[in-house]
Every structure is written in structure tokens, then in C-alpha cells.
Design a protein. Structure first.
Lengths: 382, 382
């Protein structure tokens, strides 16, 4: 391995500030004592700020996918009908999770590279739909479902719950959970919160609680009613939490508060604009249609004649920069760059500079410095 | 908090060697690259050594309870019958997890403080029992089910699977998974492996695979077939793993191999003998009957007139030593001391010394040095 690690420009896990990394080495504590309760309470409070919610937020020891599974297994009972717009690997995964739960899953097909609008989803909504399940930021295609507020409104008109997978976006783009009427919102520690992987955060609205309480078949490890009891009455988690990751999340959320959510989101937006400008200036194409482009995951089509593995390999070997490949049917067709967490001009420019060089080396003509210049202009450095 | 942290004599989480703690701060890596694959492969290989198995061992991002839930949700389908000897909080939890899964759970009542023998379980076994689910080390009562080999044999005679919760014991007491015919064995990172909490390890036998593959209702996040595909074909985990905890587990398992499993188990046994000798010398009583006494969790009855909370508080405030209280109906009646992981003469003597002093201070007459002397004798120091 490189002596100083990699610059992790993957769509998660992402780079973790030294301050967060080092927090994990603090002496361990018991999870049934006042030290943990204080830590836990502070995390939940700061998570509420990040989610912009007054609701309970639970910190679960599992990946983001585990968080989504927790949400669906608590809300859904076998036979329940759910509507899931499907536009990539993670929305497919959400549908599959609901199916495994025994739900009747109605998939709304959406072209990969775009996101659903109200008109596409409306025909599938009726009063027997228990929940509309939506991936807000489709990590596999670099798409953000910008119409989420309208879709949430639509769901509410039909009395359905709104369950949102925000794993790769919360803290990096606009997502006022309460204001938009999101009943369950899930994120992961290792994306825009710039914390190591291993924790999922899940918010639960009053309306969602009614469905959860009525569910006689809640799973055991992921039982949110049990989690609520422990959170509200004891400020603890029902089972042993991953304490070092709680230390890290505490520090990561403290950094988020210090910066302020609005500024943090604007920083992500500015860096994303720089990436997209650079992509265009290098003669490349972003995969999603312009209106659906994510500001946390930048999906770029690999130009003809360039091998996507060779490109990622060159980025890694020559610059120590990790970028992601495609997923599912896009495996060889796109590369994905994480624009998350600590993202700043520095990470953008290293990545764009490495990309220019590696592409040229693989035979794709890039005008020297074209991408970097375009990125700098968007970053206000020129 | 104390300036140098606590001595964690809880029945988990337990003390973590500095070497393991610091491993978490290594630079992060992606979980789809060769660096992770190499790490993961080494962990699995060393876990097989610790489990004494040739079977697959999976490392899951969740607590030990999550590992047990994973096992039961993969093996059991709604309506399946399982037999669960119940002798404490964790065996109750195992029964509840199976019930939540929709299984028909037959509980075998066993007195708290003892463990099941073949004759108790035999009447409940028949050919329609899918699995015998057993807690090998009942953390809540300080009991070890020493008859596990005979019980596993009994289960096999009836064609049932053997699912063993070894969360608080694997690595600290005898448990040859293959030799004893255990189909699924579950442990947690934060107990005898001396790693921070947040990971569960699960081994799966060929016979268990047949049941799992036939299960059309496997959960999504915990799907072991998916995990097997990723492990065997890519040496990866299906979802984003808690990478820093994998670093820690890698180091913890390396330490286990360096010491050797046999020596490690003998070290636990010796320290446990010292604890039990000290308990007796101080005029206290171990909670379990002698033959069932665990060598990883020492459960001690709180003497009349002493408040268990006051005792634990004094241990913490005056000596920085954390010990556990009782659970469930034993909450005030016992305290529990972890004898796990890095346990050595040092930790035993600090704990016993603190206990002597705090008990005396709370009005319980302990002859000065009686406990420490008895412990030292067992440790071969006198």
C-alpha cells in the first residue's frame, strides 16, 4: 500500500478527517454507563440538526443498506403494497429489500441517468399503498431525485408513508426531512458525514411510528420500538453499539455543526460544479441528464477506446487517487467520483489533474490543463 | 472521565490492547479493492483458526445479537420448530429472535445459574425440530453450558441443526466448532477476541447451508447466501463493511494466533480460577453452581446489606474499574466481572483488590488481603 494512504474519491467510503479518525482511539467505555449516554445524546442531537428534524434519530451498527432494511422491515408487513421508482442499483436494492420482507412491490421504471417526476409515479399511487420508497441520490448513476418534495406530497395525498434512502447525500445536499414530510430517512456514516463506515442513521416520524407499532412482525435486531424505548428512557442503544465509530461520528457531526449545514451543502455544490465543468472541458460527458446531476456522486461516461479499469488503475497507481467504477449494467461504461464529506478545491483539483493525465496516457486527447482550468474557474480560483 | 480511561472488567465490551486500538487509525481503503480483499481474507483465515472450523466464517457489521439474528433468520422459515433451552437473558433473547422470525419456539426451562443437560432437552427433540438453539455461555448468569457436545450429539440424532450463541466465550474457552458438530456458531468482536464492539462472526456448516439455501425468505441485509457469493468469488462483503473495525479485528486475531488458542484458553481458565478462589476467600458466593461456572463471565452474588449499585459505583469512582450489574431478574442480586480477552494476573488482582476495599467500605467484612492472596495462589504467584 502507499505510504500515506489513498485519496478516497470513491462514492463512499470517503476521506475521513484526521480529527475523526483519531477519535476512534479514545479509551473504550461501557455502553450502559453515563459516559456513553452523554456521547449518544450529543450524537442524536447533532444528527437531528443534520436531518433537520424534530423526530427521533437512531444510530444503528450496520451499513447504510442495513439502515434501509431496518426501515422497511419495521414499516412493512407481508402483503403490504409499496411503490418504488427504480433507476439504478440502489433503488433495485430497495425494491428487493421490500420483496424479501414479503411486500407487494410495484416498481416504477425510470431511465437510468434520470429520476422520477410526479407524473411518472402518480398512476401507481392509491389509498392501499403503504409507502413510497425512494432513493434520493442514486449512487450507481450519479443522479439526484430533485422532485422528491413533489413526490412526497403526492404520497401524502394518498395517505402513504415516504421512506427515503439518503445514504449517499445527507449532509451534502438539501434535505429538510420534516419540511418535506419525509417519514423515514436513512443515511450512512461513510458518505457526506465524512466518518468511517459501519453506522446507519434513521429518522422516524410520528406517522411512521403508527405503522411500526401496528407491525406485529418487527425483526429483533432492527426493532425500532425497542430502540425507541432504549433511546427515550435510557439514552442507550438496545444492543452493544460500535463504540469507536460512535466516537468518530460524534466528532464528524461536531465538524458539521461547526461549519453549518448550509455552508457545507454549498461547498458540496461548488465542488460538484467544478467537477462537471472539468468533465465538459476535458471533452467527457456526465452520465445523467443535466437536471438530475448529483452534487455528491459525479458519474462520468468512459470515452470510447478507453478501458475503465485501466483508467481507475492508472489513477490509483500514479496518483493514489481512488475513483469508483460503474455498477450493474453500467460497470464498464462509467466511472464515479465521490464529491463528499471533506471535499474541497484541493481534492477536486488533484482528481481532475490526475484524470487529465491518465486519460491522455490511455490515448484520449485532453487539452493540457483544460479540466483543471475549468474547475478552478468554478471554484473561484481564477 | 478519568484521564486514562477505565479498566473495563465488564462482561463485554472488554479491554482492547493498544495495538488493536491503534490499528483503527490506519488510512481508510475502499472495500472493493485488493487492499480490502487481502485484509478480509486474512481475517477469515484467522477466524477459522479461532473457530476451529473448515467452514465459511462471515464477518458482519453488527453486534453479537445481530449475528444471532442473522443466523436464525437465514436458517428458519415461518412455522419451523426450534428448541431453545432458556436459562438467562441471552437465551430468552435467542428464543424471542426465533419467535419474531415466525418460528414455533419450544423453550426448555432451565434454572438460572445452571445449564441444560441431555436429559432435560431430550423429551423436546423429535424429527420435526429444525434446530436446537443454545447459548453456550450465558452472559447474564455467568454460566457455561458444558454439556454442549452431548446436546449437539442429541440434536444430530434427531436431524436437527445446532445453532450456538458463543458471543461471550469464543476464544476464551474450549469450543472446537467442527469437532462438536456445531452448524452455526456466532461470536462478537468485543468479548474474548479483545476487539472493540461492532462486528459479529458467524460460521456456517454444509448442513446449515442446505437449510439456508432452501429458505426463500432470507432477509436482505443479513442474507448469508449473498455473503457467501461475495466471500467466495470476490473475497469481499456484500455491503460496506466497518473498515476500521476490520483493521482492529485483523490485529486482534493476529494476537490470538501469536499466543495460540490453547494457551489463550488456559490463560482465561487460570484467571477465572483466581477470581472464583478470591470470591470464596472474601466470603462471597459465585452465582452459578460450581459445575456450570463460566471462565469468561464471573457472576457473584451481592451480599446482603450491600447495594449493588453502590458497589459498582465505588469500584468505578475509586479505582476506575468497571464491573457489570445483573440483568433481568438478577439486576440487583449479582455483579458480573468479565474475564476476557487480555485478562491476566494484573487485571485480576486490580479487580479483586478494588472489590475487597469497596466491599469493606460498604460494611461487608472482608479480611484484609484475603481475596488477593487466594487469587495469587491460583495464579501461581505465591
Amino acid at each position: 500500500m502507499r505510504q500515506d494512504g489513498f485519496l478516497i474519491m470513491l462514492p463512499g467510503p470517503t476521506n475521513v478527517p484526521d480529527r475523526v479518525l483519531r477519535a476512534m482511539c479514545k479509551p473504550l467505555i461501557g455502553h450502559r454507563g453515563p459516559e456513553f449516554r452523554e456521547l449518544h445524546e450529543r450524537i442524536v442531537e447533532n444528527a437531528r440538526y443534520a436531518f433537520q428534524t424534530e423526530a427521533d434519530v437512531f444510530v444503528l451498527t450496520c451499513s447504510g443498506t442495513g439502515g434501509v432494511a431496518c426501515a422497511l422491515e419495521n414499516v412493512l408487513q407481508p402483503g403490504d403494497e409499496v411503490v418504488v421508482p427504480v433507476m439504478g442499483v440502489f433503488s433495485e436494492r430497495m425494491a428487493e429489500t421490500a420483496r424479501r420482507r414479503g411486500a407487494k412491490v410495484v416498481e416504477v421504471p425510470v431511465a437510468w441517468g434520470s429520476a422520477p417526476i410526479r407524473e411518472q409515479v402518480e398512476p401507481f399511487m392509491h389509498e392501499d399503498v403503504k409507502a413510497l420508497c425512494l432513493v434520493y441520490n442514486e449512487t450507481s448513476t450519479g443522479v439526484i431525485a430533485r422532485e422528491l418534495p413533489a413526490l412526497a406530497e403526492l404520497a401524502k395525498e394518498h395517505g402513504a408513508l415516504v421512506v427515503v434512502d439518503a445514504v449517499s447525500v445527507l449532509g451534502g445536499d438539501v434535505l429538510p426531512v420534516d419540511k418535506w414530510g419525509i417519514d423515514i430517512c436513512i443515511t450512512g456514516s461513510q458518505k457526506c458525514l465524512a466518518c468511517p463506515p459501519g453506522l446507519a442513521l434513521v429518522s422516524v416520524s410520528e406517522e411512521a411510528w403508527r405503522a411500526i407499532e401496528a407491525n406485529q412482525h418487527r425483526p429483533f435486531y432492527f426493532d425500532l420500538v425497542r430502540a425507541r424505548e432504549f433511546l427515550r428512557e435510557r439514552r442507550e442503544t438496545p444492543f452493544t453499539p460500535a463504540i469507536p465509530l460512535f466516537y468518530a461520528l460524534d466528532e464528524a457531526l461536531a465538524m458539521l455543526r461547526e461549519e453549518g449545514l448550509e455552508k457545507r451543502i454549498e461547498r458540496h455544490a461548488r465542488c460538484a460544479r467544478a467537477f462537471y465543468a472539468a468533465v465538459e472541458a476535458m471533452g467527457l460527458r456526465a452520465f445523467p441528464e443535466p437536471r438530475w446531476r448529483s452534487q455528491t456522486v459525479i458519474a462520468v461516461e468512459v470515452p470510447e477506446g478507453v478501458d475503465s479499469r485501466a483508467l481507475r488503475s492508472a489513477m490509483k497507481e500514479r496518483y493514489g487517487v481512488l475513483i469508483g467504477g460503474g455498477m450493474g449494467k453500467l460497470r464498464e461504461r462509467i466511472v464515479r467520483i465521490g464529491c463528499m464529506g471533506i471535499i474541497s478545491a484541493r481534492e477536486v483539483l488533484i482528481t481532475v489533474g490526475a484524470l487529465e493525465d491518465c486519460l491522455r496516457d490511455l490515448g484520449f486527447p485532453v487539452e493540457a490543463g483544460a479540466g483543471s482550468e475549468a474547475a478552478k474557474r468554478e471554484l473561484g480560483l481564477l
